[in-house]
Design a protein around this ligand. Structure first.
Ligand code: HEM
Length: 166
């Protein structure tokens, strides 16, 4: 497995993760979803990230894809695109927490929205890699459609394989 030194701290993200999440926002009904995430590396200083979600009965929901760039000194930069017409640029950091847990926290510095997309002003993400590296949880909050920064998503995913594609 080739992992660039800038991302060695989060090398255990590489692989495929599956699990379940829940979502809410002041303007919509609460919902549940299933999720599959892959991170892969070809040795350059970024991981390729792909995420798909479905409703509990299997209908496609949110998808997103992009790159987790490792820029040195435990700093990262997310570049994420969504078919809903939203593009995120989000710098952040990798930091240990609670002993051996790892947090990857980021806040957007730029959100691009396509002319017909819902308005999103800012997004905060926190990924938590468990101490045993076999569970990946995250929380996502956003300022969107006129609301201030408010929780939208939480999910808990389990490692289902460690194949480093690319
Ligand atoms: C696991 C990923 C996600 C799932 C399953 C999900 C699901 C949903 C659902 C079911 C709705 C309500 C129906 C709709 O408007 O389509 C919604 C609304 C919305 N979501 Fe998400 N979402 C996800 C990620 C995101 C992300 C990453 C963003 C922004 C960066 C986002 C922004 C929005 C916005 C702006 C709305 C519209 C709220 C409104 O119209 O009042 N979502 N989402």
């Amino acid at each position: 497995m080739k992992v660039h030194p800038n991302l060695m701290a989060v090398a255990d993200l590489i692989g495929t993760w599956e699990g379940e999440g829940t979502g809410s926002y002041p303007t919509i009904d609460d919902f549940a979803y299933r999720e599959r995430v892959t991170f892969s590396s070809d040795g350059r200083p970024f991981f390729t990230y792909r995420q798909t979600t479905t409703s509990p009965d299997g209908k496609p929901m949110h998808h997103e894809t992009g790159y987790l760039r490792g820029v040195g000194d435990n700093r990262i930069e997310w570049v994420i695109v969504q078919p809903s017409g939203v593009v995120e640029i989000a710098p952040g950091e990798i930091r240990p927490n609670n002993g051996n847990e790892l947090h990857v926290q980021s806040t957007t510095t730029m959100v691009g929205v396509a002319p017909t997309a819902k308005h999103v002003e800012a997004v905060q993400r926190c990924f938590i890699l468990s101490e045993d590296r076999n569970r990946l949880c995250y929380d996502l909050a956003m300022a969107a459609v006129g609301e201030t920064m408010t929780h939208h998503l939480s999910a808990s995913l389990d490692r289902v394989d460690t194949t480093p594609l690319d």
